[in-house]
Design a protein around this ligand. Structure first.
Ligand SMILES: Nc1ncnc2c1ncn2[C@@H]1O[C@H](COP(=O)(O)OP(=O)(O)OP(=O)(O)O)[C@@H](O)[C@H]1O
Length: 238
């Protein structure tokens, strides 16, 4: 299914729009990257899509469903998962406790919760290996991979992810991007990522949006982006 954000105005107070008429589409089974300078509204967009902020005006649709004001539980039931930039794991809890916590949305459906836990350990054996370790003691790269796996426990069709490689060295960042790529090409999921990493974040993408001051600046497939925009981008962003 396709996520369609149309003429979106949103922000943190009623009278100030951080997003000013934004249009973004996450096409099915594609990795879409949104880039833009610090503070341009990338995280605000994801927070609005997942219902943490209510749009001032505009539409957010997933297939034929209107997502406006959706609750986290409904979001998961709709097949959407969200990995925020911060607070995506409980650092003082063990890895196993984090895995168990990730099933809260289906806590009343014990077989489903059990199956999700089994699938997580199967997909990512290191979660089992480090089950007793405090999550906050894992390396930065491991924590980000773990956040991703926890989000995948609900088996979403659409994954929204906020700056997945921030603070990681290029090698670890490369592993995360490769993992996201696999989610699309092998597992046939749809990924919408916001990123500040102009080079690697767009390199891994199928479709790219560049934002400026809460609005669309440029967009295109990776091929168009590579041939027409890449050189100009550095000037706009830095
Ligand atoms: N909780 C909040 N309350 C009020 N204003 C906020 C809040 N969070 C962010 N903002 C403001 O909204 C604007 C957009 O922030 P946002 O976090 O969406 O930017 P971003 O493009 O994701 O940048 P970054 O890469 O720094 O995260 C900024 O001016 C920021 O100061």
């Amino acid at each position: 299914m396709q996520l369609e954000v149309t003429d979106l105005h949103a922000g943190y107070s009623r009278d100030i729009d951080i997003l000013r008429g934004l249009n973004v589409t996450a096409r099915p089974e594609m990795l879409t990257t949104i880039i833009g300078a610090n503070g341009v509204g990338k995280s605000t967009l994801l927070k609005t899509i997942v219902g943490q902020l209510r749009p001032h005006t505009g539409e957010i649709r997933y297939g034929d469903r209107d997502l406006t004001g959706i609750t986290t539980r409904e979001l998961i039931e709709t097949g959407i998962a969200y990995v925020p930039q911060k607070h995506a794991i409980f650092p003082d809890m063990t890895v196993a406790e984090n895995v168990a916590m990730a099933t809260w949305a289906f806590r009343r459906d014990k077989p489903r919760a059990r199956a999700a836990i089994e699938r997580a350990y199967e997909r990512a054996p290191y979660l089992k290996e480090f089950a007793a370790r405090r999550a906050g003691l894992m390396s930065g790269g491991q924590q980000r991979l773990m956040q991703l796996e926890l989000a995948l426990m609900s088996d979403p069709d659409l994954l929204l992810i906020d700056e997945p490689t921030v603070g990681l060295d290029p090698k670890r960042a490369g592993q995360i991007y490769a993992h996201l790529r696999r989610l699309v090409s092998e597992e046939k999921r749809t990924v919408l990522m916001v990123d500040q990493n102009v080079i690697a974040g767009t390199d891994v993408a199928d479709y790219i949006y560049v934002l400026e001051l809460g609005a669309n600046k440029l967009e295109g497939t990776k091929a168009v982006f590579d041939t027409e925009y890449r050189d100009a981008i550095a000037d706009w962003l830095f």
